[in-house]
Every structure is written in C-alpha cells, then in structure tokens.
Design a protein around this ligand. Sequence first.
Ligand code: FGO
Length: 419
Amino acid sequence: MKKIVWIMAALTLVSLAFAQQKAEDVIKAQCAKAPVVAELWHGFRGGAPRAALENLAVEFNKMHEGEGCVRPISQGGYRDLSTKIKAAFAAGTLPALAQAFENNIALYLEADALMPLDDVITDLDQLNPLFVNAVRFDGKLYGLPFNKSVQILYYNRDLLKKHGLEVPRTLEGFIETARKLSAAEGEPVYWFRPDTSTFSYWFFNMGGSYLKDGKLVVNSPEAVKALETMVNGVKDGWAKAITSGYINQNFGKGVYGFSTDTSAGYSYYLKAAKFDLGIATLPGSGDKPGLGLVQGTDLIIFQDVSDAAKKLAGEFINFVSSPKAQALFSAATGYVPVNLKAIDEPALQDHLMDNPDFKVVIEQANYAAFEPAIAEWEQIRFDILGQAIKEAVLGKASPQEALDKAQKQVEDLMAGRIR
Ligand code: FGO
C-alpha cells in the first residue's frame, strides 16, 4: 500500500512539473514571435501560485497575439525578487512588470521608478478597497493588488475530534485548547515559524501597532507580550517552533494541531496533509475573528520601459484583476480574490460548493491588518525584528532584551547610521 502511495505521489509530481513546464514552453513560443515582450518578474518558486500565474499569462497572450506578450520570470522567492530588482536599477535592466510588497513600492518610489496606475486601472471600484488603499502613496496608485493573502487558522480536524474539542475562537481559548491537546498527546501541537509573520498575528491581536506617533516601535509592551506568548508556548510545551521550511513541509514530523499561516499556503497544506485539514477564521476576542496579516504582493509597472511594453503591462493588470481571472486564481491558490465581483463567477461558486471551507478566506479578509509600508521595512522584518524573534524563541535572549536591541537597530537604521 505504502509503495502505491509513493508511486502515485511521484507520478503527481512528475505530471505537475510537466504541466508547469508546458505552460512555460507555451509562453516561450508565444513570446518568440511577439513584437513586444513585457517581462514580469515574480517571487513564486513553483506550486499552484506559479502555475496559476503562468496559466493567466498564456490566456492573456492568446488574446493579444500579434500585439505582444507577457513573460513571467521567477526570480526565486520574494526576497530574491526585491534583491534582483535593486540590482536591475543599477544595471538598467528593469522589467515592465514585477510583484512588490507595499514597502517595496515605497522604496522604488524613492527612485521615482514607478508608473502611476490611476489612469490605467479600469475597474477600480470593483477592487477590494482595503487592498487598494494600501497601494496609494501621496494620493496616487502605484500597484495593482494581485496575489493578496490573509492569515487564517489551519487545524487538524481529526485531532480535535479525537479529543472532543471545538475550534477555538479567542486567543485565550486557542492557548487553552493547544495546552489540552499538547498535554494529551505528549508533544506541542501549535506549530509556528519564528518569524515576523507569526509574531504579527499575536502582536496585532494583543492591540499592538508598529507605528506610534509616526515612529516605528518594535519593543512596545504589546510586542513584548506577543513575543513572550510565543516563547512561553515553547517553554510550556504547547507550541513548537518550525525552524526549517514551511509548516506544510514538516507534516509527518510530529503531531500537528494548529498553525496561523497565510491563506496562500492552502494548496500546499491540502497536498501535504494526511489528516482532515480544517481552516477557520483566526482566534480573536469576543465574537469577532482575530486580525490576520495581509501578505502576498501587488503588480507594479516600471517607468523605464518602452511605451508599447507599458501599454501591454497595463492591459495585463486589468486582465488579471478581472472577476474571472481572480476567481480562477483564488480557487487554485487560496489567495483572497481582490475583485469583489469574483465571488459571483462560476469558477469560485463551484469551488465553494466543492469546498465550503473556502468561505473562511473571504470572511477573514474583512479582519485584516498590514505591516508598515515604509522603505526600510523589508530589511527590518527579516534582519532586525525577525532575528530578534528567533533569538528569543531559541532562548538566546529574553523577549524584552531581544526587542530592545531590535528597537535600537531600527532607530540606527532609520537615522541612516547603518545600511
Ligand atoms: C510570505 C513574506 C515578505 C514581506 C511578508 C516583505 C518580503 C513572508 C511570508 C516571509 O504570498 P504569501 O501569502 O505566501 C507564499 C505563497 C507563494 O510562495 O505560498 C506560501 N507557501 C509556499 C510554499 C509552501 O510550501 N507553503 C506555503 O505556504 C508562501 O509563503 O506570502 C507569505 C513567508 C516568507 O516568505 O517566509 O510573505 N513576506 N512581508 N517578503 N520579501 N518582503 O515585506
């Protein structure tokens, strides 16, 4: 039996790789004969998000045959992508289109590199205003919300059933349920990556705010409390830090109960789970779901390309944010549909019929929060705050010490003292 499962898994992988390869080949052929090629640099390494993006490009290119083509090019992960874009600034090799987090947009705007999209986006009123507001800088739009995710609660339905427990709705209930399950199973069941994304969930729901009177603060009392919760969870045996790979890549290495993770992980989680995977809105306070961190990226258009490439790029962003494209993209990946009309599309309606859990993603998007959209944030979230979180979780410093040190580094960075 085990052997058959392995063979099937191997075949699925091969066919997936083949399907992906095929979309890439189709795009290559489409672009070979196109008079204009607009490159789209992205941060999807593979899986459903990359395949869904490539499928959209194939469709778009078919509709624009003889006019031009959009060519998605993976640059690795998201951080590789912004590193490569920074290098392309210097080399003068920027693409027409790229994915960008809001803080990346703030950085690229310092070089005045982006095209305003106010006159490009045709159906702005159809797009989720929460995402649209996040790409408005000094009153102008510089991004098209494309693959925006929100954190949700993933859980092991079999495990909850086994112990006769319900899905927790509040932070206190979450900790209590994780404690009970962990005690019963003899190992920690809340799995988390010790990073800024997980931290932001606890921080926002404990009333934290990164910006205080226009100042960036990472060592507020709420921040210390959030980090203490994560650290104490590990010490008390109800939380486990996953220090290598994504959570879904660690299934099978212990008893998984819960995680607070991006909705864009849904296709990966479903594929990896050997148990009945449930999703729910995040534990919050009272009757209200908790706030989920918005991640994923926007599409931007660089100024420094030909008018023909810019025109094509503009048509592409309208195409990928249309109700139909967003319905397909969201159903395939778990990203929040950025177009409010996507929900009426057959593709999303069918998906909801097959998988009623999916409404959780749409509901959770109403309870969402962003990290700061300032140019230095990417460096801060990974190299300063992210490091502090790891140090505290691994027991190398107390939460207060780690965050005080991080605050000092943030202030030095913002004052231009370190680069
Ligand atoms: C990821 C990263 C940022 C910033 C947040 C920023 C840069 C975080 C977090 C660091 O599109 P999202 O929601 O999810 C990603 C999607 C496509 O890769 O699928 C998720 N995934 C992939 C493979 C897998 O096995 N499981 C899985 O869940 C993947 O996370 O983006 C969430 C994770 C991180 O990349 O480690 O956004 N993030 N803010 N990155 N560079 N800059 O400001």
